[in-house]
Design a protein. Sequence first.
Length: 414
Amino acid sequence: MKTWHEMRRFPLAVQLLLVNQLGVNTGFYLLIPYLATHLGENLGLSAAVVGVVLGVRNLSQQGLFLIGGSASDRLGARGVIIAGCALRAVGFALFALGDRLPLLLAASVLSGLAGALFNPAVRAYIAQEADDRKAEAFALFNMFATTGALIGPLLGSALLLVDFRTSALTAAGIFAALTIAQALVLPARQVTPSKSTVLADWREVLGSRAFLAFALAMVGMFTLQNQLYLLLPDGARRATGWDGAAGLVFLVGTVSNLALQLRITRALSSRGSRARWITVGLVVMGLAFLPPALVADAGSPGWLDAVPVLLGALLLYLGVMVAQPFVLELIPGFGRPELTGTYFGIFYVVSGIAAAVGNTVVGWAMDTGARGGAGWLPWACCALFGLASALGVAWLRRLGSLPTPQKPAVPATA
C-alpha cells in the first residue's frame, strides 16, 4: 500500500509508465526464458538456428537503442512508447503463430526493435516528467520492473502446462493492452527538437568523453545484473540439486526490492554525491559474488550450500538498489534536455555491447572452471568486474567529470 501511495505523488504520466514497466517485464519474462526450449524441442530447430533467432532479437534491440532515443527526442516519447509496445505485441503473436524460420526471424526483429523504441523513450519521459525527483521515480521504476521479472516466469511456467502458443498469445495480449492504455491515458509532452541534424546530435553525444567513460564504467553493473539469469540460478541449482531453486533467487530479489528500494534511495539522496553511492553500490555488487564462491566446489548438494548463494543474490540486489536509480538520474545531466532520449539510447548501446563482452568472459570462466575443477573462477571474475567499475566511477568523480543533479524536493506529508 505504501508503494501505491508513493506512486500517486508523481504525475499521472509517471504512474502509468511505472505500471507499464510491470506489464512489460511480466510479458517479456513470461515468454523469452522459454523461447529457446520451444524452438529446439517443439519446432526441432538446431542449436545453431536457435542461436541465430535469439541473437537477432538481441542485436535488433541493442543495436537500435540509438534510433529509439533519437525518435523520442524528435517525435515525442509518447508516440515512440506506444509504437514500441504495439510492435512487441505483433512480434510475440508471430512467435505463437509461426513455425517457419522467416516468420520466427521477423518475430525476433520486431520484438527487438520494440524494446529499442520504448526502453530509452520511457526513461527519457520519466526523467523529464519527474523533474527534481528523478532518483525516487527510478527507484519505483526498479521496484515495478523487478516485480514483473518475478511474475512473468511464474505465469509463463503455468501457461506452458497448456502449450507455448497460449503463453506467447498471453504475452502479446499484455503488450496489446499496454498499447491501448497508453494511447488513451498517457499525456503528450510538448516536443522541442534539437535544431541540428540527427547525425550532429549523435556526434555531440559521442563527443562527450565524460559520458562515454561513464557508460563504459557501467559495464560492471550490466554484466553483474545479467548474472541474475545465468550464474546465480546455476549456482542455486548446483548447490541444492533442485532445478526449482533458481526461483528462490528471484523471490529474494523481489521481496527485498519491494521492502527496501524506496527507503534506500530516499535515505541516500540527501547524504553525499550520487557518484559516491554509485561507487558503493558497485562495490556491494562485486562483493555479492564472494559468498557463492565459497561453496562453488562443494561436493554433494545440500540446502545449507544454498545459503551463500542466496546471500550473494541479496547483496547483488542491494547493490543494484543503491546504484541504479542514481545512474539513471545522472544520464540526462550530461547534455541538453533536448537530447535526453539520445543520451539514454547511446548509453544502452555502449553499455550493452560492453556487457555482452563481459558476459562472454563470465561464460568462458564458467566453462574453464568446470573443466579444471575451479568452480570459484566465474564468481571471482564477477567480483573483479564490480570492483573495476567502482574504481572507474570513483576516478570520474575525482576528476569532477560527473554532473551534479538538483537536490530532490521534499514531498508533502500525507
